[in-house]
Design a protein around this ligand. Sequence first.
Ligand SMILES: [Zn+2]
Length: 325
Amino acid sequence: MPISHSYAEQTTVQCPHCGNSGSADIWLILDTQERPDLAEQLQAGTLHKLDCKTCGKEIGQVNVPLLIYRPSSEKQPLIFSPADQASQEQTQEHVQQLLSRLYNAVQADWQDSWLEQLVVVSRSQLISSSQGSPSDLQAILQELNQPVRDMRAMGRRVELCQQALILVEGKNNEQLWTALQFELGDSLIQNPQGDRAENIEQAISAYEQSLEVWTRESMPTPWAESMNNLATAYAMRIHGNRGENIEQAISALEQSLEVMTREVMPVKWAQAMHNLASAYRDRICGYRGDNIEQAISAYKQSLEVRTREAMPVEWAASIKIVAGS
Ligand SMILES: [Zn+2]
């Protein structure tokens, strides 16, 4: 018999109403294909609600982390929902424990790529997305289409993108899914809340997901924009090796600039040239003198578009760096 993927811990609870004790299953891993009955309970919000087996009254909700495994989902096979109010360290520990348990259970079916696709959502978000209907998706997309006036709204946008990604997945709309990954990346990068390093990691992963669909051949402009933003994320990355992160940024920018040319998209081109210049200025690999030459040349090119008259703020930013080089 194959090992069950879904996993519950048994615990003994005492009923506050009748005083009787009984055992209860606390579900921590849910394979939606293996246990559609539990998936339904999750949707109804009752998966972690305990009822007394003797008197039938409600004992309460248990607050535990939950890992969801969706074998039928190609793009989002793993969803993790932390326990409410768990600290970052606790959440990290929970996710590792549950992933290693699932890894041992699925054995040869395990794919490392699942880890990159792992999404983390709050419990309330998880329940509302699992109940999700097309109208919910429409409402989310409408809200995402509103212009952003305040960076503090980015946390909300991150949540909306994550919810929409779960809803879209079932509908197999690949282009929308990809656009949402891109939007998620942008929102994470700009989100002033949460763990900065972790936000950047998640943004990199979101851009990388979008780049699997938007290829240079099939969708050159979105591809170039996503490469450009991926480069920005690498340039500001906190984790990993600084030198390698800058190499990644330079490589992504140079590729992006092959499509985002000065003739076609002058403003974005100038921005990318400016970013390329900054990356060369900060470069650790290669000869310092050469890197500075590259930086100055890229700044000068960006300044040809970012003139004092046309774009005073951007012009000032570029001028400052040329002066500092
Ligand atoms: Zn009872």
